[in-house]
Design a protein around this ligand. Structure first.
Ligand SMILES: *[C@@H]1O[C@H](CO)[C@@H](O)[C@H](O)[C@H]1NC(C)=O
Length: 229
């Protein structure tokens, strides 16, 4: 049985997760807008140009994690009911949602596939690797310190997984095909809410080092560096 302190810690963690979700939703739409604007214009400038998107890749936190944390020792998990109660089959897959998460919706709206799987999911067939996967980790953030207390994967670790993914793809379909998939992919990042809610406003380390505006500058700089990488 849990001690009262453990219960308190857990309910606080849940409360901050919810606050994180709200803050994250706002960031989500900004990020999507930025990414759509950042896509290079089509060669002939015409809106009818065939700008082909063949794969979706998502980085971020619990808002977009479809189950990468399932096999990890972390509190930031969602592989049990009532998560997934409205998901196909009523299954708790690790998505922090009653149903689908944004990566699924994006992939299906683009006509690519119905569900966007976690990169660390079991037995991903090559067809899934070719059409996109998610590297996000519940509890993750840009600031490496954010991920430590919850044992999530930071933005840097997620980039590391992406590099591994590229190697894996190259090994199975060759370099040219890997390059095509990577260049025809759309990249989507939802991160930053945990850096504020579960780190800056929760632990004393960062407030001791940065005031709020300078911490936000640090996050923006991290986000820019992440996107450039
Ligand atoms: C981002 O990259 C620049 C240039 O390498 C570096 O000076 C800066 O410290 C980086 N920002 C963060 C938050 O790591």
């Amino acid at each position: 049985a849990d001690t009262p302190t453990e219960l308190l810690v857990r309910s606080q963690a849940m409360a901050s997760l919810y606050r994180g979700v709200l803050a994250g939703l706002a960031l989500l739409f900004m990020n999507l807008l930025l990414i759509l604007m950042a896509r290079p214009p089509s060669a002939d400038g015409a809106s009818t140009a065939k700008s082909k998107i063949s794969a979706v890749f998502v980085f971020g936190d619990s808002i977009v994690d479809p189950g990468n944390d399932n096999h990890r020792l972390t509190e930031a998990k969602a592989d049990f009911p009532p998560y997934g109660q409205d998901f196909p089959g009523g299954k708790a897959t690790g998505r922090f949602s009653n149903g689908k998460v944004p990566g699924d919706m994006l992939a299906s709206r683009l006509g690519i596939k119905e569900l966007l799987p976690p990169y660390l999911g079991d037995d991903l067939p090559i067809s899934e690797l070719l059409t996109g996967v998610v590297f996000a980790s519940g509890g993750g953030g840009y600031d490496p310190f954010t991920s430590i207390p919850v044992n999530a994967r930071s933005s840097t670790e997620q980039l590391g997984l992406f590099l591994k993914y590229k190697e894996r793809l190259k090994a199975s379909v060759g370099e040219d095909e890997m390059t095509r998939v990577i260049s025809e992919g759309i990249y989507f990042t939802v991160m930053g809410a945990n850096d504020l809610v579960n780190n800056y406003f929760t632990f004393p380390l960062r407030p001791h080092q940065y005031n709020l505006p300078s911490y936000v500058k640090f996050l923006v700089s991290s986000a820019v560096n992440f996107t450039m990488n």
